[in-house]
Design a protein around this ligand. Structure first.
Ligand code: PAF
Length: 283
């Protein structure tokens, strides 16, 4: 695997690959890689000639300095995992390489997608995501980029970014990868206490129960039911649960035919914030 820390060097290498008509599949990450990331990388490899992964903990998408400082950094393990799936190129730039002296994000208009859910609770988060993803796309110039559906809102926002800026890259959303007990894989899971980790499958279990009740209970009633389940739980604090239209990400109060809906959740397990979502069937 080739490892680059400099923008100009990776650009130069990839431009020779492009001249040789090699297609590039790209997986942007913040490191602390797990099986969910590896499945994206395997997909990128299967569908392209070259798989490129970036590991960059992007400071501008954190609204909380402590969360940024505590974000797991596991460079050696990441490199070993990337090698185990035959990743071709790793881009591992410093903050200075990406932002120089100006660590700020651009302002984006994602047609309102950015004001829903995560956007309500994480100030400036999607401006940070938009800034880094656009920058990375400009450096790597991938044919296709792969993102997990655990961050479903992020995925829709990146599709919007590509549409608005007419970026020449295809965006593919891939299924959520779960631990055997159902917990959605996340780099943050490693920071859970033993007690929280053991209890964490409760989140997905509740989502699955909500999925069953969808269509029987109206969205507002279902939301109240989920809120009640979390109020009763001694270890978790629910930040939000909402049923939203997959396209606009707006909370719905009424279910219509031929529309796609998803339930979204954010939960605090101590000071670790976990998110998850589930597709709902509209019968
Ligand atoms: O999903 C992530 O890991 C990050 O938000 C991303 C897309 C790599 C941008 O920093």
């Amino acid at each position: 695997m080739k490892i680059f820390t400099s923008k100009s060097e990776i650009k130069e290498f990839l431009s020779t690959q492009k001249k040789d008509k090699k297609s590039i599949g790209f997986v942007p990450t913040m490191g602390a890689l797990h099986q969910g990331h590896l499945s994206l990388i395997k997909r990128a490899k299967k569908k392209n000639d070259i798989a490129v992964v970036s590991v960059f903990v992007n400071p501008t998408q954190f609204d909380n300095k402590e969360d940024l400082d505590k974000y797991p950094k596991t460079y050696e393990d990441d490199v070993a995992l990337l090698e185990s799936v035959n990743c071709d190129v790793l881009f591992f730039p410093s903050v200075q390489e990406i932002y120089a002296e100006n660590i700020v994000s651009d302002n984006f208009d994602f047609d309102g997608l950015e004001y829903q859910m995560e956007g309500k609770f994480r100030d400036g988060h999607f401006d940070g995501v938009g800034t880094i993803v656009k920058t990375l796309f400009e450096i790597v110039e991938p044919d296709t980029a792969y993102f997990g559906k655990k961050d479903f809102q992020q995925l829709q926002i990146i599709k919007k970014l590509v549409e608005k800026y007419k970026l020449p890259v295809k965006i593919k959303g891939r299924p959520i990868f779960r631990e055997e007990d159902g917990l959605a894989m996340s780099s943050r899971n490693t920071r859970l206490s033993k007690e929280h980790r053991e209890a964490a499958p409760f989140i997905y279990k509740t989502l699955k129960k909500a999925k069953k009740k969808f269509g029987v209970k109206a969205p507002e009633e279902l939301t109240k039911w989920v809120e009640k389940q979390f109020k009763k739980h001694p270890l978790f604090e629910l930040e939000y649960f909402t049923i939203a239209d997959e396209k606009t990400l707006q909370t719905v109060t009424e279910i219509k035919e031929n529309m796609k809906y998803r339930a979204f959740i954010a939960v605090f397990a101590g000071d670790i914030r976990l998110i998850d979502n589930i597709r709902l069937k509209n019968n």
